[in-house]
Design a binder for this molecule. Structure first.
Ligand code: COA
Length: 211
């Protein structure tokens, strides 16, 4: 009888500690979500709001460096370091897209101009890891200084394209689906493939220049 009541007391104590720890973890996560400079699936605070246009706009206007009229971030996009990303007017970021700017002080961001059309699953990165020293384990690799990515007005980025650090996609250019863009793309030019190569120019004058 006595042993039973002692055991019960112990059990209640353990339960209390576990509950306390769980509540603590919940509070820590909520604080992290509130302060994170991110929008996307790992920040539920932001994620649910992308389903509701008014909520989405209010959130994005607050989070991004600039967020133009008519722009949309669709649920399932994942945006890191929003405060260094400019989204132009009438830009729609579709599900599966990932944009990662650099949160370190003085580092670089991403600039998407007005009327840019992005397919689903477009990835944009401004960073590389410094992998030159094989003695450093991969997980501890430092990051190199970042290079800004700019997508100029009216460009069309096909589904699942990947834009690497330092690339400028020129005005009204087209990036083929699934391309890996390693170098800047001149204006009014179609590129595709991995690495992306020029397919053709969209204007006669540019066609002469790209020959
Ligand atoms: C890039 C794109 C616009 C080119 O269209 P196009 O000018 O009609 O080009 P063509 O189909 O005539 O192809 C020209 C050449 O480029 C190649 N090519 C076209 N798209 C390519 C791509 N995404 N990746 C690699 N090569 C590609 C073709 O195989 C062809 O090569 P060849 O000359 O050796 O035969 C189109 O292929 C594309 O990728 N569209 C994106 C679609 C998309 O993502 N939609 C999502 C909705 S936003």
């Amino acid at each position: 009888m006595l042993v039973g009541s002692i055991l019960l007391e112990e059990l209640n104590f353990v339960k209390g500690v576990a509950q306390h720890m769980f509540i603590r973890e919940c509070v820590q996560r909520i604080i992290f979500w509130r302060n994170a400079d991110r929008v996307g699936p790992d920040i539920p605070w932001t994620y649910w709001r992308l389903f509701f246009p008014k909520q989405m706009r209010r959130l994005c206007k607050k989070m991004f460096k600039a967020f133009g009229e008519g722009a949309e971030i669709r649920p399932g996009s994942y945006i890191v370091c929003c405060s260094r990303i400019n989204i132009g007017r009438r830009v729609v970021v579709r599900p599966g897209s990932v944009f990662e700017a650099d949160p370190r002080p003085g580092e670089q961001g991403i600039m998407i101009g007005d009327d840019v059309l992005l397919g689903p699953g477009v990835h944009i990165y401004v960073n590389n890891h410094d992998f030159d020293n094989p003695e450093v384990s991969t997980i501890d690799l430092p990051e190199t200084p970042s290079k800004a990515v700019v997508v100029e007005r009216g460009a069309w980025i096909g589904a699942n394209a990947i834009i690497l650090p330092g690339v400028v996609v020129g005005e009204h250019s087209v990036i083929g689906a699934g391309s890996v863009v390693t170098k800047s793309v001149p204006p009014y030019t179609i590129v595709a493939g991995n690495p992306a190569r020029i397919i053709r120019a969209l204007r006669q004058a540019d066609a002469q220049a790209t020959k």
